[in-house]
Design a protein around this ligand. Structure first.
Ligand code: ATP
Ligand code: MG
Length: 342
């Protein structure tokens, strides 16, 4: 007979099993040099200090996560971060697919390994090597998420600068569109194809790749599973790129929940500034901060402002301190204001 509800189940939703199984993924993106790696590592460190099981991974081909954490991650392996009971970090080798698959202990389950996908897609679709690298990035990240879900609570992704990141994230859409069209076309001549075993096998693999991409995008666009944080600085060009990235991500269904405006000089001290250069920069920043509010303040997005500090933020202690500030700027204000650059 099965279980029957004594009322209409129209409004009831099934358990979101993906949300139950997957850890939370937080992706950071923004213009080059704005502080993505620092903010990612800081938040990850502060959350790890609070007892969450964390992995922080760089997907920027020009890794600097290891520099930020003051540890050597250059072998592409997953490393425990010293000073934490449950924090892992990785700079996967992006250029060398084979090394990455071996280096990070990825599950190699045959059909959809990046090399065979690359061959397959290279044969069938776009021979452009950049697009293929993007596919590899996506598949590698997706596999990592799949493997990590049992062992970590939160995954922090230090993203590549926004342009590269957007190309990566848009790619599955173009790909799926293409695969969809191809599927329709091939459906029409299916009877011919079923006689050709190799073509049948290719079709199956294409469907698998398309499915991986779809699941990947489903996860990124599900607010219960993934959050995107944009990082910027109070400069006109950075704001322009932030606005473009915001629009582009929303257009593909990825909701940006947070904006971190980093490296802000204290506007309250402009009048007393002995250095005219610094005063002018601070005045300009105040204008851009107002523009940021006008442009993004009305969106459903939390804006966190971070002061420009008079020192680099590297190593566990500095990162945890910055992370605590990010989690609760009000509480940390006093400790930071004393060391804020003016
Ligand atoms: N609030 C801050 N105050 C002072 N220095 C900062 C602040 N945030 C970041 N920095 C410093 O700015 C530099 C660049 O930061 P980071 O490497 O995090 O930027 P990024 O956006 O990841 O750069 P890339 O695009 O090259 O990956 C680092 O030296 C970092 O210590
Ligand atoms: Mg970086």
């Amino acid at each position: 007979m099965g279980i029957r509800l004594p009322f209409s189940a129209e409004l009831d939703k099934g358990l979101d099993w993906k949300a139950l199984l997957m850890p939370k993924i937080v992706i950071f993106s923004g213009k080059g040099g704005v502080g993505k790696t620092t903010i990612t590592a800081a938040l990850a460190s502060a959350r790890a200090r609070l007892g969450r099981r964390i992995i922080v991974v760089s997907v920027d081909p020009a890794h600097s996560l290891g520099d930020s954490l003051c540890m050597d991650l250059s072998d592409g392996l997953i490393h425990p971060v010293p000073g934490f009971s449950a924090m892992l970090a990785q700079e996967p080798r992006i250029a060398s697919v084979g090394a990455s698959a071996e280096g990070n202990g990825s599950v190699r389950d045959g059909g959809d390994d990046p090399e065979s996908v690359q061959r397959l897609l290279g044969d069938i679709f776009l021979p452009a090597s950049e697009e293929l690298t993007v596919i590899q990035d996506i598949i590698r990240t997706w596999r990592m998420l799949r493997e990590m879900r049992a062992t970590v609570d939160e995954i922090y992704i230090d993203g590549s600068p926004s342009g590269h990141m957007l190309r990566s994230l848009r790619f599955p859409f173009r790909m799926n569109e293409y695969l969809g069209k191809l599927g329709n076309f091939l459906g029409g001549i299916k009877r011919i194809l079923v006689y050709d075993a190799k073509k049948r096998e290719d079709l199956k693999k294409r469907a698998m790749v398309a499915e991986s991409f779809k699941t990947f995008m489903d996860i990124l666009s599900n607010p219960a599973l993934a959050t995107t944080v944009l990082v910027t600085i109070p400069e006109t060009m950075a704001l322009a790129e932030t606005e473009r990235t915001y629009e582009a991500l929303e257009a593909i269904g990825i909701h940006v929940t947070n904006l971190v405006v980093n490296k802000i000089r204290d506007p309250g001290s402009i009048e007393g500034m002995a250095c005219p250069f610094c005063a002018e920069r601070a005045r300009n920043e105040a204008t851009v901060l107002q523009q940021i509010n006008d442009s993004l303040g009305s969106k459903d997005i939390t804006i966190t402002r971070v002061p420009l500090l008079d020192h680099e933020i590297r190593g566990t202690d500095a990162l945890v301190e910055m992370g605590n500030f990010l989690l609760d700027p009000g509480r940390s204000r006093d400790c930071h204001s004393a060391r804020t650059a003016t």
